[in-house]
Structure formats: C-alpha cells, structure tokens
Design a protein around this ligand. Structure first.
Ligand SMILES: NC(=O)c1ccc[n+]([C@@H]2O[C@H](COP(=O)([O-])OP(=O)(O)OC[C@H]3O[C@@H](n4cnc5c(N)ncnc54)[C@H](OP(=O)(O)O)[C@@H]3O)[C@@H](O)[C@H]2O)c1
Length: 275
C-alpha cells in the first residue's frame, strides 16, 4: 500500500506518513526500520543526534528497495551549526546512512543563542546545490526565526518540523508556514505518550465509532489536517497499526472536536531555549 504524498514547494514530493526513530535504541534500529519497510513505510525521519543513522542505513541497504522509492530525512544538530561544521555533518550523516544524498535535510533547532542558523541555512543551500540533499527545511522554527531566515537568505524552507499534537498545535507557526508554502511536519504526533491523549473519552469514543484504535484516530486527524507525520514505535504491531490509516475518515465534526483540545500544552523543549 502506498501512502498519500504531499508536493513540496520545490516540486519534490514526500510521503505524508513515515516512521520516526527518535529514542530508538541503535541496537534495535535496523530491526525496527526493517519492520517498517516490510510493512510498507517508505519515509524515515532520522537525525544525527539520535545516534542511530547507521542502523537506518543498514536497514535501507538490506531492503533492496530502489533508492528513488525511499524518502530519507536527517537533521543538522545544534553543535554542528556554522558553515564548515554543517558541511562536515552532512558528509558524516551520509556516510553513516550509506547514501549519496538524503531527500530532506533539516536544521534541527534554531538555537538562537548561537546566532548561527542563518549561516547554517546558507550552508544547507550549498549542500542542496551539491546534490547531497534534494530538499532542505527547518525544524522547531518559530515565526521570528522563519521571518529572519526568509529576509536574509534565498531558498524558502520546504518544511518546518514542529512539535504538534492535539494539546499543542502552534496555529501561528502553521499559518505563517501555509502563507509561505512551508509544509508542516508534526513531531510527537501522539504527544510522545507524555499525557493521556489516547485515553481521553473523546478520542476513545471516536475510535469506537470507527472500530479503530485511539492512536489511529489521532494520526488520522493529523493526516486530514494536512500534516506530515512519522510516529515512532518499537513494536512491529504498533508500527503496522500506525500505517493503517487510509480505510476510514473522520467527520468534520470529529475533526473539529479534536482540534478544540488545543491548550498550548508543549511537552518538548522550547525552541527559544534550544542551545
Ligand atoms: N525535530 C525535533 O526536534 C523532533 C523532536 C521529537 C521527535 N521528532 C521526530 O518525530 C518522531 C515522532 O515523535 P516522537 O517519537 O517523539 O513521539 P510520538 O510518535 O508522538 O510518540 C511515541 C510514543 O508513542 C508510543 N506509541 C507509538 N505508537 C503507538 C500506538 N499505536 N499505540 C500506543 N502508543 C503508541 C510509543 O511507544 P512504543 O515505542 O513503546 O510503541 C512512544 O512511547 C520522532 O521519532 C522523530 O523522528 C523530532
């Protein structure tokens, strides 16, 4: 089964659903990514700081899936920001992944106290021109960071990957993104399991109405909101469950009732404090 794709502003397309590998043990990564590829996933969201790019690379190599059928993202970590460090970091990531290019390379956090994200973005522009990344984007950028980037650089990021789940939807960031054709990638789509989202009576009752799980309802809400998502799980059964989102549809009322859960409830780090 193929998942829906979203066309990015640079003309490339990204599968709307993938697998995230944050907090996946490096020793387990190859097995988990292999499970996902067998189930049908073709989009993997990785990052240098997750420490498991080699496992992602081994699973890709062993899969035999043609490279152009895969969409692989990785990210430039804060301590690698700056021109020379960014060029070295992408080379290291590509080596660990066993690839000659990634499909998407992101600045992981703005880390505003470093004041290097504009310089780093120019390095990503060069990395894209060199063919090491097909598309380039940012992560955890708030409106002031995006505004500055757009004012001082040439290429508009194709995505902004931000914390986004029913308690924390960042409407001002997504609206700014929409007005500049910056697609929204929702990290922590299940709230990272840090609040009882999947046990909420609203979610449980919508799930019962569709004979789906709570996680499937929340992920389906993201899909219908137009977000790109890549839930993480260590469990093959849950990886399969999270991929099985395309045989049902939430009603407008169900969709709105989940949107109404917003309460500015960040569960991860504040981008302004990223260092
Ligand atoms: N750019 C950034 O700064 C940033 C930050 C965080 C994450 N991310 C990316 O976003 C991806 C997803 O976010 P996340 O991993 O933080 O959080 P998440 O996907 O919202 O939640 C993962 C948690 O949900 C559980 N889970 C997964 N599927 C489930 C299901 N069907 N039923 C019940 N529980 C389920 C997992 O447990 P089990 O593993 O035990 O199944 C895990 O504890 C990451 O892997 C990473 O690629 C990016």
């Amino acid at each position: 089964m193929t998942t829906p794709a979203i066309t990015l502003s640079d003309g490339h397309s990204i599968p709307q659903l993938g697998l995230g590998v944050f907090k996946v043990d490096p020793a387990e990564t190859e097995r988990i990514v292999t499970d996902a590829l067998e189930i049908g996933y073709r989009h993997i969201d990785a990052a240098a700081i997750y420490g498991n790019e080699e496992g992602v690379g081994r699973a890709i190599a062993a899969s035999g899936i043609p490279r152009d059928e895969l969409f692989i993202t990785t990210k430039l970590y804060n301590t690698d920001q700056g021109t020379e460090l960014a060029h070295a970091a992408i080379a290291t990531s590509l080596e660990k992944l066993g690839l000659d290019h990634v499909d998407l390379y992101l600045i992981h956090w703005p880390a505003p106290s470093r004041d290097l994200y504009v310089q780093s973005w120019r390095a990503l522009e060069a990395i894209q021109r060199a063919g090491q990344a097909t598309s380039i984007g940012v992560s955890n950028f708030l409106v002031p960071h995006l505004t500055r980037l757009l004012a001082e650089t040439e290429v508009v990021p194709v995505v902004n990957q931000i914390e986004l789940h029913p308690y924390h939807q960042q409407p001002e960031v997504t609206a700014f993104g929409a007005s500049h054709q910056i697609a929204t990638e929702a990290w922590g789509p299940l709230g990272q399991g840090k609040y009882p989202l999947l046990e909420m009576p609203l979610i449980v009752s919508v799930a019962a109405a569709h004979e789906k799980s709570s996680a499937q309802v929340v992920l389906r809400w993201h899909i219908q909101q137009g977000h790109i998502v890549f839930p993480k799980s260590n469990s093959r059964a849950r990886i399969a469950e999270n991929f099985d989102l395309f045989d049902f549809e939430l009603t407008d009322e169900e969709q709105s009732s989940i949107t109404a859960l917003e309460r500015a409830g960040r569960v991860g780090g504040d981008p302004n404090d990223s260092k």
